[in-house]
Write a protein that binds this ligand. Structure first.
Ligand SMILES: *Cc1c(COP(=O)(O)O)cnc(C)c1O
Length: 407
């Protein structure tokens, strides 16, 4: 086989479809996020980032940076081993206690990323529990899908956020078999929110465990930033709450929070937890500082929601079509991969605004979009420049508008 020709052809097909991914080379500026320097073809220019998952700007919070510096000075760079072989530092232990407390659970277990936590925890639970059937929401994240697939357990996909479909499928399953319902709270592409309470009610009725991915809600919802389940007083009804330290927490890493037995079980059997180097202690210390801050400060959450409302209102005034949803994610619908890429390229090169186009396979074909994620550190001036740029592009490209709202 001509391997190089094969790779080339596959990539050419992606490019023809408009689905080839181009990375934007950025240098974030500490203390000035969302401003960053974009490097392209040997030139450098300033851009404002409008698509980061550092939702609250905690990636540059002084307390987080101080904790990280301090840990490097105390402990050095790496953890020096897997968790089992010398890599469990005191910073990891403290972080896991902080996470268990955040979600009102007995224990928590930290992984190298949110992706790995879903893949390893779901993979381990579903493969080790004999005859387990996994009921997976149809829009679950790739990391959950891969974990379930890897477990080789029986999988039943239910229609996204559809309680009737979930119940019908639970009812049709063998009542004696163990069951696990896997879903998310905030779905990151449409920004809609799962009916968590009703799903827990069904789980109770049919004897199922529940596994909730709160990746897009941790730090951002609930009085202490415990997520949507905290806001709705439901944390104790979930078997497993999974989250990331890489989005609103502003660092990197992932975790599950659950009963002491369940965490110990995953700790003891999950290959993706056991056979990999632990996160650097500085990462654990920074994440702990970020979580502790967000537990006692709602300033960031409130400012964040206010920015989201302002951006939405300003888009409405110009009739820029965006999906209404109860979360902080603003999907501006374009519905065509080439146009979506063109809009994103033009925003970057002409307006100094960076919004990554979201195309297939991240979202279904025909629903290509610009996914805007405001933060509390975007200023009124940043918002002005964003909305004016979109307004100009919508006119230039003769894109469809919604009926315009009053100023
Ligand atoms: C980003 C994401 C993850 C993975 O988290 P990382 O820490 O980035 O690996 C898991 N689930 C969902 C829903 C996500 O959007």
């Amino acid at each position: 086989m001509n391997y190089q020709a094969f790779f080339k052809k596959q990539l050419a097909d992606l490019k023809d479809e408009g689905n080839y991914r181009v990375f934007i080379d950025l240098q974030r500026k500490r203390g000035q996020f969302p401003e960053a320097v974009w490097t392209s073809d040997k030139s450098h220019s300033d851009v404002a980032i409008w698509c980061s998952n550092d939702y609250l700007g905690m990636g540059q919070h002084p307390k987080v940076l101080a904790a990280m510096h301090d840990a490097i000075d105390r402990c050095g760079a790496g953890a020096g081993g897997t968790r089992n072989i010398s890599g469990t530092t005191h910073d990891h232990v403290v972080l896991e206690q902080e996470l268990a407390d955040l979600h009102g659970k007995e224990a928590a277990l930290v992984f190298t990323s949110g992706y790995v936590s879903n893949w390893a925890a779901l993979g381990t639970l579903a493969s080790r529990i004999p005859d387990c059937i996994v009921f997976s929401d149809s829009l679950n994240h790739a990391s959950m899908i891969e974990g379930i697939r890897q477990s080789r357990a029986e999988k039943v996909i239910w229609k996204h956020n559809d309680l009737e479909d979930l119940e019908a499928k639970l009812k049709a399953a063998d009542p004696d078999k163990p069951k696990l319902i896997a879903f998310e709270s905030v779905y990151s592409m449409d920004g809609d929110i799962a009916p968590i309470k009703e799903i827990c009610d069904l789980a109770d009725e049919y004897g199922a465990m529940t596994y909730l991915d709160e990746v897009h809600a941790v730090g951002m919802y609930g009085p202490r930033g415990g997520g949507i389940a905290e806001r709705e007083g439901l944390m104790d009804r979930l078997t497993v709450i999974e989250g990331t330290l890489g989005k609103a927490i502003g660092v990197v890493g992932g975790y599950i929070a659950a009963s002491a037995e369940l965490c110990d079980f995953v700790r003891s059997f999950a290959s993706g937890f056991i056979f990999t180097t632990a996160l650097p202690p500085a990462i654990a210390a920074a994440a702990t500082a970020s979580i502790r801050h967000l537990k006692q400060s709602s300033v960031e959450r409130e400012a964040h929601q206010a920015t989201v409302e302002t951006v939405r209102r300003r888009l409405d005034v110009h009739g820029i079509p965006h999906v209404q949803n109860p979360s902080h994610i603003i999907p501006v619908m374009v519905g065509n991969p080439a146009k979506c890429k063109f809009l994103s390229d033009t925003l970057l090169t002409e307006f100094g605004i960076y919004i990554q186009p979201i195309n297939y396979p991240t979202v279904p074909k025909g629903t290509e979009r610009l996914r805007i994620t405001p933060s509390p550190v975007h200023t009124a001036g940043d918002i002005d420049r964003l909305v004016c740029a979109l307004h100009a592009l919508w006119s230039d490209c003769q894109l469809a508008r919604m009926p315009m709202a009053a100023e």
